[in-house]
Write a protein that binds this ligand. Structure first.
Ligand SMILES: Cc1ncc(COP(=O)(O)O)c(C=O)c1O
Length: 341
């Protein structure tokens, strides 16, 4: 039921095909997968990362015994700004941990060049980016390791779960040890591992979800198109979606409520709540302002103006294949009315 059974190996095969990466490993959740990725790379010192993410990204760095160093984001994409990353690199930096926020790809070419120039490992938190491609290239093929969360809130999921794709096939051995208590065989415990295994029930669920994935993706694409069409000319309401050449993840529907809108993001959020519409204010609070990390020098808001600004503007609208046209219209009506008054 738990140690690399048939369901798990079948799922790994399917993920290899879907994510178009030869090296794939599964875990009990995305956070553990990310933590073990950092451990497997044997990092030391500082990791340059984004404040505009779910707390698990920063926690994984901290739990790996490393120091997060926050760099600012590009306000257009919500992802790390390569220039800010390079400015944050010191002699103690060993890696960059970037996030493809809402499935919008980071500037993978620029980050790859910075990592190469400074001899850093490059890890992507691709929790939101299952199935994303950049110019036909699979998102998990960039950097040293990418982490995909397979939590129930994601397009493809195993209820709880996570997967890593990685470039260097020799990492497979350490990743396996790390997620199984470090046990090498009956007589040897080779390293300090934890229990990070995906179980057979999770994997079996994943194989079932995989069968309906394309259908769900297509339904969501219709929903996203309707949102875009309805919101095209609403002052101060901008759909934040990946640019041309990117296959989107269809996992989030972020809109940016800018100053041209009469009502601000929080007013829109509250307006939706009153009508029982569950939008989300991702990512609030920023990881740089939460208790464990707010004391870090790099967490000072003056150094992170784009993240501080975007945190106040993003609203993620409901997105799933079960939404009907009239549901989408009801959400858009709140935005249209809020924009005008
Ligand atoms: C950006 C990001 N990283 C990491 C995680 C953690 O993934 P998991 O819930 O699978 O542990 C999430 C969860 O949604 C996330 O959004």
């Amino acid at each position: 039921m738990t140690n690399g059974g048939k369901q798990n190996s079948d799922l790994v095969e399917v993920l290899r095909t879907r994510l178009r990466c030869a090296n794939v490993a599964t875990f009990n959740n995305g956070t553990t997968a990310l933590l073990l990725a950092l451990r497997a790379l044997r990092l030391r010192g500082e990791v340059v990362t984004t404040p505009f993410t779910f707390p698990a990204t920063t926690h994984a760095i901290d739990w790996a015994g490393l120091t997060p160093v926050f760099a600012d984001i590009d306000a257009r994409t919500g992802c790390l700004d390569p220039a800010a990353v390079e400015a944050a690199v010191t002699k103690d930096t060993s890696a960059i941990l970037a996030v493809h926020v809402f499935g919008i790809p980071c500037d993978v070419e620029a980050l790859g060049a910075i990592a190469k120039k400074h001899g850093l490992k490059l890890i992507y938190d691709a929790a939101h980016a299952f199935g994303v491609e950049v110019g036909g290239r699979a998102i998990g093929s960039y950097g040293d390791i990418s982490m995909f969360s397979l939590h129930a809130t994601k397009l493809f999921h195993t209820a709880e779960g996570g997967a890593l794709t990685f470039r260097d096939a020799s990492l497979a051995k350490d990743l396996h040890l790390l997620h199984n208590f470090g046990i090498a065989d009956e007589d040897h415990v080779a390293m300090s591992g934890i229990n990070g295994k995906m179980n057979e029930l999770q994997a079996a669920l994943g194989l079932c979800v995989m069968e309906v994935l394309d259908e769900e993706y297509a339904k969501r694409a219709t929903v996203v198109k309707r949102y875009r069409d309805q919101l095209r000319n609403v002052p101060g309401v901008e759909c934040m979606l990946p640019g041309p050449g990117v296959r989107p993840s269809m996992q989030y529907m972020p809109v940016r409520i800018g100053p041209e809108s009469h009502s601000d993001r929080d007013a829109m959020f509250n307006g939706m709540r009153q009508q029982n519409i569950m939008s989300r204010r991702y990512f609030r609070p920023l990881c740089s302002s939460i208790e464990p990390y707010a004391h870090l020098p790099s967490a000072a808001p003056q150094g992170l103006p784009n993240a501080v600004g975007l945190e106040k503007e993003i609203l993620c609208l409901p997105l799933h294949g079960g939404l009907k046209d009239e549901d989408v219209d009801r959400v858009c009506e709140v935005l249209v009315a809020g924009s005008a008054k």
